[in-house]
Design a protein around this ligand. Structure first.
Ligand code: IPE
Ligand code: IPE
Ligand code: MG
Length: 249
């Protein structure tokens, strides 16, 4: 029986974030080049976006390229940029009513990549289905540092009163200000770490790690992760009893 049939459709996570890891190892295990792994990984992006969209997930945030990934060999960085461009041009977005957004230090990307991205974001802005957020040239520490700098500037200019700064102020200065916090964070590829992803936003996300390499991750893997998520009790610091009383009420 598929995990899909076991899912409680009333409790589908609103926002799923994914660290898409393991492309290189997937390829190497098959005697292929690392970039073949990335290419296959794009197919997984299509499949998972479609599956998540069909379940009614609202936000899918995919870690495609970290700030630290700029330190990879130039040939791999170039191959990834080319691949991202092809992906954005190929446009499954309109077919699935998917809206594209980006987070990250986009200014570090080559101009032609920035242009393609902006065009695609604009082109899909009115779609009303799932919002696919691609984290590109992204890291949490970059994002938080930028937010702190921006807030400091506003304080300096008098636009922001330091006394009034609260968690909401910080959230509103982040690149992710348009989206809710992830309910579920999935990492493929077997590593048990966060690798500088959504550190502020994942404060209360449920974490799910799988040894599957990203190119092997499929719709069924996604249903299994969501099923696992649905077995958990999210307490947000309260007692289990409090949470269950609130649910009944
Ligand atoms: C994830 O796969 C994709 C990116 C980081 C761009 P990797 O390229 O990190 O694959 P592994 O972890 O080396 O197998
Ligand atoms: C995390 O994968 C970043 C992306 C999936 C884009 P990495 O492969 O870069 O992470 P580390 O270096 O193993 O932590
Ligand atoms: Mg990796």
């Amino acid at each position: 029986m598929s995990y899909k049939e076991k899912l409680d459709l009333q409790r589908i996570p609103q926002h799923i974030a994914i660290i898409m890891d393991g492309n290189g190892r997937w390829a190497q295990a098959k005697g292929l080049s690392r970039s073949m792994g990335h290419q296959q990984g794009v197919e997984t992006v299509y499949n998972i976006t479609e599956a998540a969209s069909n379940l009614g997930v609202k936000y899918l945030t995919l870690y495609a390229f970290s700030t630290e990934n700029w330190n990879r060999p130039q040939s791999e960085v170039d191959a990834l940029m080319t691949l991202i461009l092809t992906h954005l041009k190929e446009n499954l977005y309109m077919k699935n009513n998917v809206r594209l957004r980006l987070i990250g230090d986009i200014e570090r990307l080559p101009d032609y990549v920035q242009k393609t991205i902006n065009d695609c974001v604009e082109h899909t802005a009115k779609n009303t289905g799932l919002t696919q957020v691609i984290a590109l040239s992204y890291s949490s520490r970059w994002e938080l540092t930028k937010a702190m700098k921006d807030m400091a500037e506003e304080v300096k200019s008098g636009a922001l009163n330091p006394e009034s700064i609260d968690e909401k102020t910080v959230t509103e200065h982040l690149n992710t200000r348009f989206m809710p916090d992830p309910d579920l964070l999935i990492r493929t590829g077997g590593e048990l770490r966060i690798s500088n992803y959504l550190l502020w936003q994942c404060a209360y996300s449920e974490l799910y790690f799988t040894p599957e390499y990203w190119p092997d991750f499929n719709a069924e893997s996604l249903y299994k992760a969501i099923y696992d998520y649905q077995q958990r009790e999210r307490r947000f610091g309260k007692t289990g009893e409090q949470v269950r009383t609130e649910q009944e009420g």
